[in-house]
Write a protein that binds this ligand. Sequence first.
Ligand code: AP5
Ligand code: MG
Ligand code: ZN
Length: 213
Amino acid sequence: MNLILFGAPGVGKGTQSALLVEKLDMRHISTGDLFRNAIKNETELGKKAKEFMDAGNLVPDEVTIGLVEEVLKNLNGQSFILDGFPRTTAQADALDGLLEKIGAPLDRVISFQVPESELVSRLTGRRVCKGCGAVYHIASKPPQQDGVCDVCGKAEVVQRKDDQEDVIKVRLENYENSTRPVKEFYQNKGQFTEIDGTGSADEVFERVQKVLG
Ligand code: AP5
Ligand code: MG
Ligand code: ZN
C-alpha cells in the first residue's frame, strides 16, 4: 500500500506517519526530514535547501523532485508513505511519472483538516529531538523529563527553527497559495479522502485506519 499524507503545516502528517510505520512495514518519506538531515550533515542538498526552509518558503521544485526520485528509485518494492510531498502541482505531475517508472501505483491520498488557530498552537508548542527526530509538544505530548528525549535519552529536545511564529505565518501562506491546489489534483483522480485531524493523535489514527480498512 502506497500513501500520501497531505495537509497544512502542523496538521499531524509526521505524527500519523510514525504511528503507521509502527504497525506496517512501510517506508516513511518526509521531504522536510530529508532536507533537515541534509542541512545537519552540510551536504550540497542541505546548502540548496537551507535558506528557503529557514524563511518558511518552499525549496525549488527541481531540487525537491530530484531528491524524491532518488529515494523512490531505491525502494526495491517497499511500500511507502509520502509526507510533505507533493506540495505543488508540478511536484504532483512529476510524481505521477516517477511512480509509473518504478511501477508503484498510489493507493490513497489522506488529507487532514485542522483549524488554523490549532495549527499555530501545535507548531509553536512543538519540540523535536535533535538526536533521533522524535516529535513532542509542550502541552499535548511533553517528554517525561523536561528537554530530554524519551526515545533516545539525549538531552536535545529543541524547537525547530521554522516553528517561530513569524515563519509559521509564511509557511501557512505558502500552503494556501502553492499547496492547496494539489488537493484538487488528487480529488479529480478519485484517490482522495479528507478526514478530521482534530482530537488526540490516537483518535486521528483510528480515523486513518478506518480509511485504510
Ligand atoms: P515539513 O517538515 O514537511 O513541514 P510542514 O509541512 O510544515 O509540516 P510539519 O512537519 O510542520 O507538520 P506535520 O503535519 O508533520 O505535524 P506534526 O505531526 O509534526 O517541511 C519543512 C520545510 O521543508 C518546508 O517549509 C519547505 O521549506 C521544505 N519542504 C519540505 N517538503 C517540501 C516540498 N515537497 N517542496 C518544497 N519544499 C519542501 O505535528 C505538529 C505538532 O502537533 C507536534 O508537536 C505534535 O506532537 C502535535 N500534534 C500532532 N497531532 C496532534 C493531535 N492530534 N493533537 C494534538 N497535538 C498534535
Ligand atoms: Mg512533519
Ligand atoms: Zn531522541
